[in-house]
Design a protein around this ligand. Structure first.
Ligand SMILES: [Fe+2]
Length: 198
């Protein structure tokens, strides 16, 4: 059984860049839904194994990928946001960004454009791809489509409308620009450090 993470800040801590109302709905209703549905899917899979009844297996495996990935990405998302205090990539992460994207500005430009261009509901993700030994930016549709196997997300931006529409309406660019103020690079640096220590 998976559990929700505690928010590492209060609901109004990300104001004015990410409103209390949006965060409240996003965390307490939507994220909770993904965690609950992941657990329900696991229960249904256990029941199917117990009863040796796999007539719904295709649907259950799909639900596991969708709800499970939703739970994981939302956990990463809430953790890589923080109070609006400027933070930056560590020296080690910045060196990797420079190596893989040319410069921090070029990384940011690609990330912003990829975020704006996410089709329908999805995510923009900075991930470490160990098989390539490099960082990549990925667009993700829904929560589970368009990935590279073995990638480890270190920074994720929720591009589902529920993450910005209440506050920014259809202006994705304004949401992304505001989001830069609440990225917690300390958390992202730690994730990168832990991955590359392995
Ligand atoms: Fe979301």
């Amino acid at each position: 059984m998976i559990k929700m993470i505690e928010l590492p800040y209060t609901l109004n801590s990300l104001e004015p860049y990410y409103s209390r109302e949006t965060l409240d709905i996003h965390y307490n209703i939507l994220y909770k839904g993904y965690v609950d549905n992941t657990n329900k899917t696991e229960e249904k899979l256990a029941k199917a194994r117990l009863e040796n009844d796999f007539q719904n297996i295709k649907c259950l495996e799909r639900d596991l990928a969708f709800y499970g990935s939703g739970a994981i990405l939302h956990q990463l998302f809430f953790e890589n946001m923080g109070v609006p205090v400027p933070t930056m990539p560590s020296t080690k992460l910045m060196e990797q960004i420079n190596k893989d994207f040319g410069s921090f500005d070029k990384f940011q430009n690609q990330f912003v454009e990829a975020s704006k261009a996410v089709e329908a509901s999805g995510w923009c993700i900075l991930a470490w791809v160990s098989k390539f030994n490099k960082l990549e930016i990925l667009q993700c549709e829904k929560h589970q489509n368009l990935t590279l196997w073995g990638c480890i997300p270190i920074f994720v931006l929720d591009m589902w409308e529920h993450s910005y529409f209440l506050q920014y309406k259809a202006n994705r660019a304004e949401y992304i620009n505001a989001f830069k103020n609440i990225i917690n690079w300390k958390v992202i640096n730690k994730r990168f450090e832990e991955i590359t220590l392995v």
